[in-house]
Design a protein around this ligand. Structure first.
Ligand code: A2P
Length: 317
């Protein structure tokens, strides 16, 4: 398994298991099987509402001697309703209790969006708190506290654009170490990826396979299907890989970390084996032509009428 390296020398496996959209009834077995197959990196979040089951699987794998805690890299994310600096550490403690872990390897601010502590997912303007009231730097102070207590070995962000990163890092005692963003051939975000890598910020690619199991309300009409791209399918055929493996190998080739979600044993294995293949410069060049700045997760749920958030501010576009 390939790794990338944090500034302090700690390693993160380049391929991990995504758990967004994995249902409580299926995620426990999927995480347990993935660890048996050789996955050593699990990506979680409080809002996925399945951390207890993920924790059961990790605990079982440790009790059975399949892994030791230090062999596994576990990430989780702070939900929008705990952005107040005094709410960050308690939110981390709740996630740790659910995951049955003493510490996280990485804790991320899930979105640059703040919500009322009482709201899970915003339904009305009053569910939002503007960044003028709780700034991203305020929340980052809470993240630094998580790091200082040793409960989160590394801290970072998710869905942040360049100016949000610069703004937080300007005042930060501990700099952002990771930005987890949507990345795949239809949304390559070369400028943001280059900016992060040049500033020693690692990058994780979410929705690398196009997240076709998203809720219907998150889908637009006539969405492009990444796994059915002719360019991807041709490379897969030529290299005796599957289309999913091409997408995952491409993400690793551009020095990002990739977290495909699966709850299916065959596909879990297939995805992990993507790391055994190589793509050449011709393949990479062909894939680079596919970019269409297409977001499968476009953040429109943060910009309902009356919300203080806008798509322009969110994506810095
Ligand atoms: P399943 O969980 O049944 O395997 P993403 O990681 O972009 O969010 O995509 C996840 C979606 O892709 C899920 O629907 C998942 O289904 C499916 N998937 C995961 N691995 C593969 C694969 N190797 N080939 C095809 N579909 C896959």
């Amino acid at each position: 398994m390939q790794h990338l390296t944090f500034s302090n020398g700690d390693l993160i496996p380049s391929l991990g298991l995504g758990t967004w959209k994995s249902k409580p009834g299926e995620v426990e077995e999927a995480v347990y099987q993935s660890i048996k197959l050789g996955y050593r990196h699990i990506d979680c979040a409080a809002i996925y509402a399945n951390e207890k089951e993920v924790g059961n699987a990790i605990k079982k794998a440790i009790l059975e001697g399949i892994i030791e805690r230090q062999d596994l890299f576990v990430t989780s994310k702070l939900w929008n309703n705990a952005h107040h600096p005094e709410h960050v550490l308690p939110a981390l403690r709740k996630t740790l209790a659910d995951l049955k872990l003493e510490y996280l390897d990485l804790y991320l601010i899930h979105w640059p969006v703040a919500q009322d502590p009482e709201s899970q997912f915003p339904k009305k303007p009053g569910d939002f708190i503007s960044l003028n009231e709780i700034s991203l730097s305020d929340t980052w102070e809470g993240m630094e506290e998580c790091h200082n207590t040793g409960l989160a070995k590394h801290i970072g962000v998710s869905n942040f654009n360049q100016s949000q990163i610069e703004q937080v890092n300007k005042n930060a005692r501990i700099k952002i170490e990771m930005n987890q963003i949507e990345l795949h051939p239809y949304l390559q975000q070369n400028d943001l990826v280059d900016f992060c890598l040049q500033n020693k910020i690692l990058v994780t690619a979410y929705s690398p396979l196009g997240s076709m199991d998203r809720d219907e309300m998150m889908k637009k009409e006539n969405e492009p299907i990444l796994l059915e791209s002719e360019v991807i399918k041709n490379i897969a055929e030529k290299r005796k890989m599957t289309p999913a493996q091409v997408l995952l190998r491409w993400a690793i080739a551009r020095h990002t970390i990739v977290i495909p979600k699966s709850v299916n044993p065959k596909r879990l294995k297939e995805n992990l084996e993507a790391t055994n293949y190589e793509l050449d410069q011709g393949d990479i060049k062909a894939i680079s032509t596919l970019n269409k700045n297409y977001r499968f997760v476009d953040g429109s749920f943060w910009t309902i009428e009356g919300s203080p958030y806008s798509m322009e501010a969110l994506w810095g576009e």
